[in-house]
Design a protein around this ligand. Structure first.
Ligand code: NAP
Ligand code: ZN
Ligand code: ZN
Length: 350
């Protein structure tokens, strides 16, 4: 075991504090990574503040991890010391169920091991995430980063926000000739706009924040709708092929399903603390519209997404924060005051 500096919290209502945590020595299949940057996902906030059931403390969140390989186990062939790598939301899965066989580890029927708050034999019995200076991960759950090194910090959010938006856009075959909505222009949503634009779709951003109107156009949206204005919403009735809804809070889904064309689909990726009001079934039936869900993406698809983003020059728009700024970043994220992802510089943990 070796000690590393981290930031974590001991209870839902406690601030983040400096912790020293243990990482296992790299086993034969392990990659030890010196973490340079870690993105702050809204799921980190939901977990650290116990907005979802089952948070284990101490909680060290963080699943948008990038850094460099600092040691490898004897059986590691795909990575060498010095490689730029990433780790996303999973660090293991059962590897033998039908989902794992198909490379869909996120749907592992025996439950994947989350990068934080997952079951592990390592101390303290649950996984501790990327708000730390070092992590040790099985090579099968480590991704190669091919972006220029200068972009490394802005690559971090791709490991969750990037794959969580890329996967449904691919699965529902979004492309040229389609009108695609992205709801909620936060960490996930801003990546959804960039990726859907790169896939060739006509992209419409939905935001509750008037201040993001121009910014969303700059991200690559063809149009922006401020969803608080009913007239702007009404003008787009029955016109969308696909809507990706990333909103982190409970809201009225009918406002969006009614904008879908016949046979259109709205995919929910946000996981709010409180349930959405039940959707109007008539809106779904009259138009054969669907509401679906999607969870991150598998390891192979995460690599595909990273390579796609490297080819298209896509990174996240980030605001760098020091390790002491995590609580403030959470408060701002909870108010939708983020353009568009906070990223922790782990060098400030010392
Ligand atoms: P985020 O950065 O906080 O962005 C969420 C955005 O939703 C906000 O910036 C805001 O955008 C909009 N919003 C917030 N409250 C709203 C409200 N009451 N009504 C309408 N819009 C509202 O969060 P994130 O990191 O992108 O994560 C979004 C959600 O996805 C979280 O629930 C997170 O846990 C979940 N998530 C799911 C997966 C998955 O695999 N399915 C993966 C990662 C995260 P505007 O200012 O533009 O309105
Ligand atoms: Zn996340
Ligand atoms: Zn499995």
């Amino acid at each position: 075991m070796s000690a590393t500096l981290a930031r974590g919290t001991h209870a839902a209502d406690k601030s983040f504090e400096a912790l020293t945590i243990e990482r296992r020595d790299p086993g034969p299949n392990d990659v030890q990574i010196d973490i340079a940057y870690c993105g702050i996902c809204h799921s980190d906030l939901h977990t650290a503040r116990s907005e979802w059931a089952g948070t284990l403390y101490p909680c060290v969140p963080g699943h948008e991890i990038v850094g460099k390989v600092s040691a490898i186990g004897g059986d590691v062939s795909r990575f060498k010391v010095g490689d730029m790598v990433g780790v996303g939301c999973m660090v293991d899965s059962c590897r033998q169920c039908p989902a794992c066989d198909e490379g869909l580890e996120q749907y592992c029927q025996n439950g994947f091991v989350g990068t934080y708050n997952g079951a592990t034999k390592d101390t303290p019995g649950h996984t501790l995430g990327g708000y730390a200076q070092r992590i040790v991960v099985d090579q099968d759950f480590v991704l190669q980063v091919k972006h220029p090194e200068a972009q490394l910090a802005a690559v971090a959010p791709l490991l969750c926000a990037g794959i969580t938006t890329y996967s449904p856009l691919r699965h529902w075959k979004v492309g040229p000739g389609q009108k695609v909505g992205v709801v909620g222009i936060g960490g996930l949503g801003h990546m959804g706009v960039k990726i859907a634009h790169a896939m060739g779709a006509h992209v419409v951003a939905f935001t509750t924040s008037d201040s993001k109107r121009q910014a969303a156009l700059d991200l690559g949206a063809d149009e922006v709708i401020v969803s608080r204005n009913p007239d702007e919403m009404k003008a787009h009735a029955n016109s969308f092929d696909f809507i990706l809804n990333t909103v982190a809070a409970s809201h009225n889904l009918d406002a969006y399903t009614s904008l879908l064309k016949r046979d259109g689909t709205m995919v929910l990726v946000g996981v709010p603390e409180h349930a959405h009001p039940s959707p109007n079934i008539g809106v779904l039936i009259f138009g054969r519209r669907s509401i679906a869900g999607s969870l991150i993406g598998g390891i192979a698809e995460t690599q595909e997404m990273l390579d796609f983003c490297a080819e298209h020059g896509i990174v996240a728009d980030i605001e760098m924060v020091d390790a002491d700024g995590i609580d403030t970043a959470y408060e701002r994220m909870a108010r939708s005051d983020v353009k568009y992802r906070f990223v922790i510089d782990t060098a400030t943990m010392g």
